[in-house]
Design a protein around this ligand. Structure first.
Ligand SMILES: [Zn+2]
Length: 310
């Protein structure tokens, strides 16, 4: 483990969305990496931008009273992130607090930070943190969704963040059917037989046993689509209405043998809504933090037992 906390300073924490005490809410903690001390105003704007996007994105809008958002200002010595030549980057190394780097597993887009450092800072600043997120001050496209959700400031940054938090906070799988790219790799023709643990991908397209079968209409074919050429990604357009839940072949990094619940989903490609299965998992996770509905049966001017109308 590389400790790089000499390359910056934890400046302080601000609660930017307050829906109640941290002990009773789902607490999102947003930190920054690769922001120099003079750029922390930009980080504040970037964090607010993401929070605004989050609450404007279904299903989070209907869950908003359950969610607090905290911004942790962290300054770094240098701007940006490591961007190795091995993945086509310029070979930049940046001295940053969380040691952000592109090019994990040979994929430039896989941007990671030192998770131990990030979780240590989140835990010390907001002990009741529910999810830790790091915004990396680079315009190179990238993100990742391990124990910490990470994203850069490439075009569509907030969309990347919504995808990555699908992994980090809700245990969702990638629904796309390649790893490095369609036609750019071998070993991704057919998914292994084992059933993935994540709720939104499966090897089981049988109507009787599929894990999201309660959302599949009786008239929907199972599987709903199949890939005619397992050596590459399926090029076919969606043959059914967009909202149809079924089993669409091509998911979880494989061209065949794995299925996703809808043709499109944010966990498959950016700028799509979360599919019904992903949305349900998000609601199931956050709903327990919604404030209880208060019934003020004895409010002034009301008879005992007379319900308030909200
Ligand atoms: Zn999905």
């Amino acid at each position: 483990m590389t400790m790089t906390t000499s390359d910056g300073t934890v400046v302080g924490t601000t609660k930017i969305v307050d829906n109640g005490p941290a002990t009773q809410r789902w607490n999102l903690v947003i930190m920054g990496d690769g922001y120099t001390s003079t750029r922390l105003g930009q980080f504040a704007a970037d964090a607010k931008s993401f929070a605004d996007t989050l609450f404007a994105t279904p299903p989070f809008g209907s869950l908003s009273r359950a969610i607090n958002v905290y911004r942790v200002d962290v300054s770094s010595t240098d701007s940006g992130a490591d961007d190795p030549t091995a993945c086509g980057g310029p070979g930049t190394t940046a001295r940053t607090y969380f040691d952000a780097a592109f090019c994990t597993n040979g994929a430039r887009r896989l941007l990671v930070v030192d998770n131990t450092t990030a979780l240590t800072v989140a835990g010390s600043q907001v002990p009741q943190w529910s999810m830790a997120m790091v915004i990396v001050n680079s315009t190179v496209y990238g993100g990742s969704g391990g124990s910490v959700a990470v994203f850069s400031l490439a075009a569509g940054a907030n969309e990347i963040a919504l995808h990555e938090m699908g992994h980090t906070a809700f245990g969702l799988a990638d629904e796309y059917e390649y790893y490095l790219g369609c036609g750019a790799e071998t070993g991704h023709n057919r998914h292994p037989a084992g059933e993935p643990a994540e709720p939104n991908v499966t090897v089981d397209a049988d109507r009787a046993t599929n894990k999201w079968r309660d959302l599949v209409a009786p008239g929907t074919a199972m599987p709903t689509t199949t890939n005619a050429d397992c050596t590459t990604c399926d090029p076919q357009a969606n043959p059914v209405p967009a909202a149809t839940v079924g089993a669409f072949e091509g998911a979880h990094y494989y061209h065949c043998g794995a299925y996703r619940p809808q043709f499109a989903c944010r966990m498959r490609a950016l700028n799509n809504p979360y599919c019904a299965v992903c949305s349900r998992r998000i609601r199931q996770t956050i709903q327990p933090y919604l404030p209880a509905v208060v019934t003020r049966a004895s409010s002034v001017g009301r008879l005992p037992g007379h319900p308030d109308v909200f």
